[in-house]
Design a protein around this ligand. Sequence first.
Ligand code: LLP
Length: 414
Amino acid sequence: MLENQLLLRLAEQYGTPLYVYDLDLVTARYRDLFEFIPDPGLEIRYAMKANYNVALLRHFNAIGCGLDTVSPAEVLLALKLGFPPERIIYTANNLTDAEVALVRETGVLMNLGSLSRLEKFARAYPGSRICLRFNPDVCDGDNERTMTAGALTKFGLLFDDLAAVLAIVRRHRLRVVGLHEHTGSGLQRVESVFQSMCNLMAIATPGNFPDLEFLDFGGGFKVPYRPDEARVDYRSMGTEIARLFADFCRGYGRPLKILFEPGKYLVAECGVLLTRVNTLKHNRQREIAGCDSGFPQLIRPVLYGAYHQVDNLSNPEGPRRCYDVCGNICETGDRFAEQRELPEIREGDLLAIRNAGAYCYAMGGVYNLRPMPTEVVVQEGRARLARRGFSHRELAERILELSETEPGDGTGKA
Ligand code: LLP
């Protein structure tokens, strides 16, 4: 855990708003998965969409973790950072032919999730090694928009289409080396993990897929966001996962690798967004604490109604009051927390928004032309700058530069 004193000091040193990530916690989360899931074939592929901070990615590479990628630029960045292609999986979603070609050239394994793309891929690249993503038909997730299975999702091949899938695979001699499913993010019930595994394992027979090297059961392991939320007992969940998979491998006839690709579990709790309150306002019933960050820098509360714990680091013992913690963006909905009880906030106080390591900076943008915050990583008690945020002046200049470097060329392509 990052100590409050350290966070106060970093806010002074680097200014606010500021993202801080604890790399030691990331290592601990990565290692505990190996302890909890006692299968010798376990491999973890961090879902880099959760946070693409380069220092964090280098750290994952150093500790031996692989990556789950979802765009050509993610693949290219991962390779530039030295991740070996065989430790990367590319989960395709509504790709263009050009994107497929680009990723394929890198040697990274493609994970295809639609009949249409599978057919086009098979024709273009017969005989290739591929992974197939199936919709596991289990609905779970921390909110409707992060459930990736069931009838309403765009992801994955349907089990109903298995015969059509096998026909394409056989016609074009594809080598299906992996099967994949991802149920959703922030899974609320451990049974969902088991059920999705069983549904995928049911079609993973040597008769259907004789070339399998692994099964990939996606991410979705939840972590507590609310102070009163219990932590899932991952030890007993992991034991059951290992048991189910060992049974499956016995039936399949040889041991396969088992992959998971968590994002939140590995990085959510390692991050904090520090923001300073600059304006207090009493608005009839509401006490409004206005701070120097806003929803484009941490959008989860606005987009999903997600709860993020807020701590007043500079007045932790103050009498508790109720606040709307608002940002600096010109929208009424720009709130990190609504009607939240917090130790009294004074102008100048430093707030920490917790669990800001996953899907926070990564989903950020510069709406209202506010530069994204600087990012700092802490490792073995030492902090270092990971990525400097633009100043207001730099952001304005950068936009001009990007807009006017190639006048007349409206293609928008590099
Ligand atoms: N694998 C696949 C194929 C995925 O689509 C995802 C997340 C993951 C793994 C990692 O899931 P995780 O372990 O992080 O739950 N922006 C949302 C979450 C979207 C997740 C998208 N896919 C949020 O902030 O809650």
